[in-house]
Design a protein around this ligand. Structure first.
Ligand SMILES: [Mg+2]
Length: 369
């Protein structure tokens, strides 16, 4: 379904980018990292300090550390500082990302997660104008901060190109709104390297042609661009320099998981205070599952404690199911187990189903089960 055509006026697209994500996740689970340079590293198999910086926080950036830099070089730059070097913990970052994405997904007409820390949201239907979308974005920033504990930067524009450049414009913890009437001005001032899809190589070629800003680019004929960069990239650059981008926010064909998360009315470790919410979450997950014609094989819960630490638990079923009863029953068992393990008061509670298949494939699957 095309959202733009149902509206007849310009689209409203958000790009959400979680700030210095891996390093922020590490700050989240370790209070003692807050005021220190934090560098998350991909250590190579050679051992020692061989490898590269994956992400670092802004305190590390202040000393010139950046992604892609050899670990040895980062250590040299931070030699005098109380810096922390940590290995990438993909599994933990994914669980944090899942919680943020669940919040965002529930607030979008169409939702496209592009990486562990980035997503596009089409909000053209639920927001009547850009003011409305700005309020939604502030609310989302608040919710991501209070319930997960992370900051993000959001850009709002009439398409993905503008939204992406807007989120990049003010970081960290930014909110940049580029109204359609301001879009051309906004991008004209940018260097061409800031355009989506323009990598180092394309940027160098453009610079060698005397093209530095997007305004410079907009003066080049489409024929010249096609000759230099090929048809697809040439046309893209021609349009991009004018702020034109028709790419829809693509709902991924099949969700990898369906999750819902909520903040409890008060922090509690008593299961009876959570059962209503657990049931509502299970019903919401089930509704979405049925709407998308999917079956699940794994049920999970997510807990965010009062101190913002988190835990998730999941259980694999013997068969694929689309039963509301299975979701609610297993979610409750998992919650009981989690509460036995820790008596810390719970602040947020989530339910998810994963390992999904579409109902269409069910016949084939059942023959093998
Ligand atoms: Mg990011």
């Amino acid at each position: 379904m095309s959202i733009s055509s149902s509206r007849g006026k310009s689209r409203i697209v958000m790009h959400v980018d979680l700030d210095y994500f891996y390093a922020q996740c590490e700050e989240l689970r370790r209070n003692d990292l807050k005021d220190r340079p934090v560098v998350v590293c991909v250590y190579s198999a050679r051992g020692g300090d061989s490898g590269a910086v994956s992400t670092c926080n802004y305190k590390a950036r202040a000393y010139g550390v950046k992604a892609g830099m050899p670990i040895v070089q980062a250590k040299r730059l931070l030699r005098e500082q109380d810096a922390v070097f940590l290995p990438v913990d993909e599994q933990y970052y994914t669980s944090v990302s899942d919680m943020v994405m669940a919040i965002l997904r529930a607030n979008a007409d169409a939702f496209e997660q592009v990486s562990i820390d980035e997503a596009y949201m089409d909000v053209s239907m639920r927001c009547k104008d850009f003011d409305d979308a700005t309020r939604l974005a502030s609310r989302l920033k608040d919710e991501v901060r209070t319930s997960v504990g992370l900051t993000c930067s959001i850009g709002i524009g009439m398409n993905k190109l503008i939204a992406k450049m807007a989120s990049d414009y003010r970081k960290p913890d930014g909110l940049t709104v580029v109204r359609p009437e301001d879009a051309k001005d906004f991008i004209s001032r940018m260097s061409v390297g800031k355009l989506l899809w323009v990598g180092k190589k394309t940027e160098a070629t453009l610079n060698s042609m005397g093209i530095y800003t997007v305004a410079d680019l907009a003066k080049v004929s489409i024929d010249t661009l096609i000759k230099e960069f090929g048809r697809k990239m040439g046309i893209y650059l021609y349009n991009a320099s004018r702020g034109i981008d028709e790419e829809p926010v693509k709902e991924s064909a099949m969700a990898k998981q369906i999750s819902r998360i909520t903040t409890l009315k008060r922090n509690t470790s008593a299961i009876e205070d959570m059962l209503d919410d657990l049931n509502t979450l299970s019903m919401d997950v089930h509704k979405s599952l049925v709407e998308q014609g999917l079956l699940f094989r794994s049920v999970g819960i997510m807990l965010v404690y009062e101190d913002l630490s988190m835990r998730s638990r999941a259980r694999m079923l013997k068969h694929y199911s689309n039963s509301m009863d299975d979701i609610a029953r297993y979610a409750r068992v998992l919650l009981e187990e989690a509460l036995e393990e820790s008596s810390k008061p719970v602040r947020r509670l989530g339910v998810k189903v994963s390992d999904l298949v579409s109902v269409k494939g069910q016949e084939t699957l059942q023959r093998f089960m």
